[in-house]
Design a protein around this ligand. Structure first.
Ligand code: GTR
Length: 327
């Protein structure tokens, strides 16, 4: 009896050990999601990363993309990644600010001199430190894999917006983060926080008079059908991120994690060239569809939004200085 019990324990121990032994062979279908459609640069870069992973692991790791808000908006995507219902979420830093406060540095108006400046910052030590901070902060429950480009955000509506006074009385949709609403208010309009998924119909029905975003988004989401004037206010240059669910990450072997990290950096760079190409093409396409591109007085918008930088910038003074010093 005693002996049988002993054998039973040994057998049980070996069963318990088995998953550890086969850990390196973990199979996983990586669910990835994005608010944009297939072919959009952020979506394409992640899809390509999936092909590489599949090839390198002989199909042990595969990636399934759920584009175009199929799994909800960005807030929902972050929550799903945090519980492991989704593995890769590609979201704007605008949506991540409420999760990790330090990222709000990038959500302030006119923080970057231009897109080249933003790229230097995300590709360099500041970008790497922020990825590390998100990944090592247990409350985020996310592993930050890399950055993506989202160009410059400009106001679009059915009237030109060249100076702060033009925004008077206009309701402009902003992403759900108080900084953005305050930015629009400081620019002269009325900022309205609203999910991306509600925006098209809100513009169509006049719930809002306009929105602000980059050229590829205006095209990909068909917003040009309801807003014909794109005014080059250039008030926000917000990078994006793709993150991995920490619970799912912990199920992967160190080798698989290293492989995903390697391909993530490649995806960051690949998205960059896809982005440049798409922005040029989207601009041409929007013009061909009758959208008017209007220059704006950026200096006036910069001056008008100084109170927002003063209010939110104070607590990130050190980081802001390093951003400004990045040449
Ligand atoms: C786009 C961005 C999306 C989303 C959207 C928005 O530029 O790619 O991730 O943040 O803006 O305004 O909600």
């Amino acid at each position: 009896m005693l002996r049988r019990h002993f054998i039973g324990t040994a057998a049980l121990a070996s069963v318990l050990c088995t998953p550890v032994a086969s850990f390196a062979q973990q199979k996983m279908v990586i669910k990835a999601s994005d608010v944009h459609p297939l072919g959009y640069p952020t979506v394409e870069a992640v899809v390509r990363m999936g092909h590489k992973l599949e090839k390198a692991t002989n199909g042990r790791l595969t990636l399934q993309m759920y584009p175009q808000m199929q799994l909800g908006g960005e807030k929902e995507m972050i929550e799903q990644a945090q519980v492991g219902a989704l593995q890769i979420a590609r979201i704007s830093v605008g949506a991540l600010g409420p999760v990790i406060d330090e990222l709000n540095v990038f959500n302030m108006p006119f923080i970057f001199r231009d897109e080249a400046h933003m790229r230097k910052v995300i590709d360099g030590p500041i970008g790497n430190e922020l990825l590390e901070k998100i990944s090592t902060n247990p409350s985020t429950r996310l592993i930050a894999l890399g950055w993506m480009d989202a160009g410059t955000r400009n106001v679009y509506s059915n009237k030109p917006v060249t100076k702060p006074a033009d925004l008077k009385g206009m309701k402009v949709r902003m992403m759900g983060n108080p900084i953005f609403v305050e930015t629009m208010n400081a620019m002269g309009g009325n900022g309205v926080a609203m999910g991306f998924n509600e925006l098209y119909s809100a513009m169509q029905t006049g719930v809002v008079d306009g929105a602000e975003n980059n050229e590829p988004t205006v095209l990909a989401q068909n917003h040009y059908q309801v807003a014909k004037i794109y005014s080059l206010t250039g008030h926000l240059i917000i990078p994006e991120m793709f993150v991995f669910s920490k619970v799912s990450w912990d199920k992967l072997s160190k080798d698989d994690q290293a492989l995903i990290k390697k391909y993530s950096r490649e995806a960051q760079m690949e998205q960059r060239s896809l982005w440049d190409d798409k922005t040029a093409k989207a601009t041409e396409e929007l013009k061909a569809k009758g959208v008017q591109f209007v220059p704006a007085d950026k200096q006036a918008f910069f001056t008008a939004t100084q109170p927002v930088r003063d209010k939110y910038g104070a607590k990130y003074a050190g980081l802001l200085k390093r951003i400004q010093d990045t040449k």
